[in-house]
Write a protein that binds this ligand. Structure first.
Ligand code: G4P
Length: 199
């Protein structure tokens, strides 16, 4: 998505070998206009997939996922990393290991929110090693929901998450695919939605 790639060039900051800081529009401060365009793009790509729910994981996946849900006119569910006192229903639970944070967290969704056979579009902000996405796939499998697609805002294509998800047979749409960092600059690979870009 050209609009997103342009914004990454403008406001993204390369940290070390493999981290992109995007706290001016995605992971801390959120540009709702950009998020709305991102949500619309996911909705365009999956317009004919019969999506009944959008699913993401807290925290930074929520903003783009909410606009995708709005555009598809379906509810958004976000998997929670901490169980709170109101979560007294049956829970679908999985473990997600974060290579970035070097810790494992338990993530959960109330089982009553998803019915067997629902068609789910998973959205997340970053795809690195794929652990968060694989965790969400596991939750969807437990719910007997069908994952019709996986929409990623920023994929770091030099890490192995993409391959793991393709190996799972996923239909993957990454709006920005980072091939590498070179002298502090971001070099992009062709994005999965490039056919939808006007220019
Ligand atoms: P994975 O889910 O693909 O395996 O990724 P990994 O364990 O490496 O990433 C863990 C967390 O770090 C995720 O956030 C992910 O979005 C984020 N992350 C990974 N690479 C980058 C990067 O280059 N830049 C930024 N800004 N974030 C990155 P999280 O802890 O699950 O959630 P959140 O609460 O921060 O949204």
């Amino acid at each position: 998505m050209k609009l997103l790639e342009d914004r990454i060039h403008k406001d993204g900051q390369v940290l070390g070998q493999d981290i992109l800081k995007v706290d001016r529009f995605l992971t801390h401060q959120v540009d709702y206009q950009l998020m709305k365009e991102i949500g619309k793009r996911f909705a365009e790509v999956y317009a004919n997939a019969g999506v009944t729910k959008v699913v993401t994981i807290e925290a930074s996946g929520i903003a783009p996922a909410l606009y995708a849900a709005e555009s598809l006119n379906v509810p958004l569910i976000f998997a929670k990393k901490a169980k709170n006192v109101t979560m007294n229903d049956d829970l679908l639970v999985t473990e997600v290991y974060s290579f970035t944070k070097k810790l494992t967290s338990t993530v959960q969704i109330s089982s009553k929110l998803l019915e067997a056979g629902e068609k789910v579009l998973i959205i997340d902000d970053f795809l690195a090693n794929g652990q968060a996405a694989l965790g969400l796939l596991d939750l969807m499998k437990q719910a007997k929901a069908e994952v019709v697609g996986l929409g990623i805002v920023i994929e770091k294509s030099f890490q192995d998450g993409r391959q793991k998800l393709l190996d799972e047979g996923m239909n993957l749409t990454s709006l920005a695919r980072i091939e590498k960092f070179e002298n502090g600059k971001v070099i992009f690979a062709p994005a999965d939605d490039s056919a939808f870009d006007i220019n």
